[in-house]
Design a protein around this ligand. Structure first.
Ligand code: PBG
Length: 329
């Protein structure tokens, strides 16, 4: 039978009309990525001129403070307005006390970034796992991560970041009550303008594997199931977010991103609050690995992942792809 080029169906609705050219697709596009919704993670350690690539995260580096400044400045000129800092301390102890050392890499980097990189927004991750000798997010008693004394340590860390000049502190530990305790301590010392981005719904995820290599924070025993959320839960995520908002969080986060887009969508819909998503290390590494084998077109899957996260409800995305994506936009 001959194929005719003329229409034979009489259809009133033909959605394909709006997909014919890039111009018309752009007119009806519902979600757009812009570089100003990206937050770029930096791993900051001691030394000078250090730029050590992380094996499981090609293109991501452990940096000394001077290199972190260069990286943040380069991100800024790519259009990325914000960085989030993770610390690589020279020494660790069971209490994670270097987390609030004013001369540790993160505090030093915050001061340097605020001094040297114009208008950069500096966010600091607040957790003990990079600082404890056992790699846990808190103070350990036997096999228990003890909540309330851990919160005291987190408050000290958050305060030291605020004193150094951080714009936003981001507790990622998932202890109960830490947002309220940090808010209170900040306010009492006059840091009422320091915002809190809370890792509110942070799941116990295998996708953090490469980060733990980057931050040298793999727990020496046990796991994080007693504080991070069970992957099967979503109603509980809404309760977690509600609690953090009540305690004074300014921004709430869902983490990881792609396996939890339903959670992200519900959080945004329910609370209408400034919402962040963390496109975590494992999400980055799996795209990198497949791309290196030629199995995936990296720029394309990168942009598709990020737009999916935005479409689901993220106002902002923490991603190791921040600079690459910004440069493509
Ligand atoms: C804890 C923290 C982790 C990540 C961010 N903050 C690791 C963890 O909970 O084990 C993971 C980020 C990533 O995987 O990219 N300080």
């Amino acid at each position: 039978m001959a194929v005719t080029t003329r229409t034979s169906l009489s259809l009133t609705r033909r959605p394909r009309r709006l997909r014919r050219t890039e111009a018309i697709r752009a007119l009806v596009r519902e979600t757009r990525l812009t570089p100003d919704c990206f937050i770029y993670p930096l791993f900051v350690g001691a030394g000078e001129g250090v730029r050590r690539e992380i094996g499981s995260m090609p293109g991501v580096f452990q940096l000394s403070v001077d290199e972190a400044i260069k990286e943040a400045a380069a991100a800024k000129s790519d259009g990325v307005p914000a960085v989030i800092l993770f610390g690589l301390p020279e020494k660790k102890d069971p209490e994670g006390s270097v987390a609030y050392d004013p001369d540790a890499p993160v505090q030093t980097a915050v001061r340097a970034l605020k001094r040297e990189v114009r208008d950069v927004l500096v966010i600091t991750d607040v957790c003990l796992c990079e600082y404890t000798s056992h790699g846990h997010c808190g103070i350990v008693d036997g096999d228990e991560i003890v909540n309330d004394i851990t919160v005291d340590q987190l408050v000290r860390a958050a305060l030291s970041h605020a004193v150094a000049g951080a714009d936003v502190v981001a507790p990622s530990d998932m202890m109960d009550g830490r947002v309220g305790a940090i808010r209170k301590a900040l306010d009492e010392r006059g840091f009422d303008r320091t915002a809190i981005m809370s890792y509110a719904a942070k799941y116990c995820s295998g996708f953090y594997g490469p980060f733990r290599e980057a931050a040298d924070s793999t727990p020496q025993f046990g796991d994080r199931r007693s504080h991070q959320m069970d992957p099967g839960n979503v109603v509980e995520a809404l309760r977690e977010v509600e609690i953090d908002i009540q305690e004074g969080a300014d921004i709430v986060m869902v983490k990881p991103a792609l396996p939890y887009l339903d959670v992200l969508a519900k959080v945004k819909e329910r609370f209408g609050y400034p919402t962040a998503a963390y496109h975590v290390s494992g999400e980055y590494s799996m795209l990198k690995a497949a791309a290196q084998r030629g199995w995936l077109d990296e720029p394309r899957v990168m942009m598709e992942s990020l737009i999916g996260i935005k479409r689901a409800g993220a106002d902002m995305i923490i991603t190791y792809y921040a600079r690459d994506a910004a440069r493509l936009l």
